[in-house]
Design a protein around this ligand. Structure first.
Ligand SMILES: Cc1ncc(COP(=O)(O)O)c(C=O)c1O
Length: 392
């Protein structure tokens, strides 16, 4: 089955029988009554399927988890309360029975660094950074640190680097290291990391999966080897999504392939137009033949689906005030901290996603003070360009 069909059908119309609702309802229940007292014991022992308590399993969440598992071609998934909860749960799952060391890409979402340095490091999970677009550097770092897991984003935030997941997965396998991929920017329409050899995939479902700006959520999908550890951890730690958010996310995922196709198409047009704009110094978009990872982009991303984020640097904007003035002139594009929604959104990484990094580190990562990140929506591309043009 193709992804467009799976998105609409997977997970739904299975429970409860015999009256089967066409969409999975919101099961707003903390606990469930068994048919008999003996059944409780068997459900807790995992001898039979069934629901006991929503921190363990919830029917609405389970339907969403099945849907995302189908899209990612994984073994099983866990719906979490946020992308960060999903990420933390994925990392802890990966290092539960391995060396507590995360080898992380040096181009990640800002809060991911805070998770590594401020939350996990004090708990004894160390980390080090590597350029995942440099395979020799990855090989050396694997040899040197012997990490329990390697963490990377499919398309990095905000400079849209694309690491060779398949080749990194092969190196990780050899080194006995678990590969975790944050697939938020690419979505399973573009890349399914487990098919390329990754072990765990996570999403901020807040973004493209839900897609309408009304959900905070996350998903972790795993291969067979890590699923039971993930669920066991979650049953105790309880990072789970609420059933209302699971319902909204599931509804969003049904149109994910359609939205994403349209958003990628719009983004490509807008990137090409921005490249010619006299007020724009530089455009970052993966379809660029001069993109530093052009070969990987050609190999891993489907033709014409290069993601829906376009980052660009403003000319004549040496000071943040000039960037603020540009942002304040926008009327249609929403100035808010997120991405992946049906409406176009823009943010200034220096003061939002990457604000906690030292200026020197931002500079090292190539995130300049005149860089803005545009998340392209499903609107008419001409209207988005007109808004940008007016503001530039
Ligand atoms: C790539 C990426 N990963 C993870 C997250 C965290 O997700 P959430 O905000 O849902 O916790 C974000 C949020 O912007 C993100 O962009």
């Amino acid at each position: 089955m193709k992804i467009h069909t799976k998105a609409v059908h997977a997970g739904d119309r299975k429970r409860p029988k015999p009256q089967i609702p066409v969409t999975t309802p919101i099961y707003a229940a903390a606990s469930f009554i068994p048919e008999s007292a003996e059944q409780v014991d068997r459900i807790f022992a995992h001898e039979i399927e069934g629901y006991s308590y929503s921190r363990y399993e919830n029917p609405t969440n389970l339907a969403l988890e099945e849907q995302v598992t189908a899209l990612e071609n994984g073994f099983g998934s866990l719906a979490c309360a946020s992308g960060m909860a999903a990420l933390e749960t994925a990392i802890v799952t990966a290092v539960t029975d391995r060396r507590r060391f995360v080898l992380a890409a040096d181009a990640l979402y800002g809060a991911t660094y805070r998770l590594l340095w401020n939350v996990l490091e004090p708990l004894g999970i160390e980390s080090s950074l590597v350029d995942v677009c440099d395979l020799a550097a990855v090989e050396q770092a694997l040899e040197r640190h012997k990490p329990g897991c390697l963490l990377m984003e499919t398309i990095s935030n905000p400079l849209l680097r694309v690491g060779p997941i398949d080749k990194i997965a092969a190196l990780c396998r050899e080194a006995g290291c678990v590969l975790i991929v944050d697939n938020t920017f690419a979505t399973p329409l573009l890349v399914r990391p487990i098919e390329l050899g990754a072990n765990l995939v996570m999403h901020s479902a807040t973004k493209y999966l839900a897609g309408h700006g009304d959900v905070l959520g996350g998903l972790v999908t795993t291969d067979e080897a890590h699923y039971e550890t993930l669920r066991a951890l979650s049953r105790t730690k309880g990072p789970v999504m609420g059933p209302f958010e699971a319902y909204l996310t599931m509804r969003g995922v049904k149109t994910l392939p359609l939205r994403m196709e349209r958003q990628c198409q719009n983004a490509r047009r807008i990137a090409a137009w921005l490249r010619e704009h006299p007020k724009v110094a530089r455009v970052y978009y993966p379809d660029d033949p001069a993109h530093p990872d052009a070969e990987t982009v050609r190999r891993l991303l489907p033709e014409n689906l290069y993601g829906a984020i376009v980052s660009f640097e403003l000319r004549e904007a040496a000071e943040p005030e000039q960037v603020y003035a540009f942002l304040d002139r926008l009327k249609l594009i929403v100035k808010a901290t997120s991405l992946g929604d049906v409406h176009s959104m823009i943010l200034y990484p220096r003061v939002s996603t990457h604000r906690d990094l030292a200026p020197k580190q931002r500079e090292r990562m190539g995130i300049r003070d005149n860089l803005v990140r545009l998340s392209v929506g499903i609107e008419d591309a001409g209207d988005i360009m007109a808004d940008l043009d007016r503001a530039l």
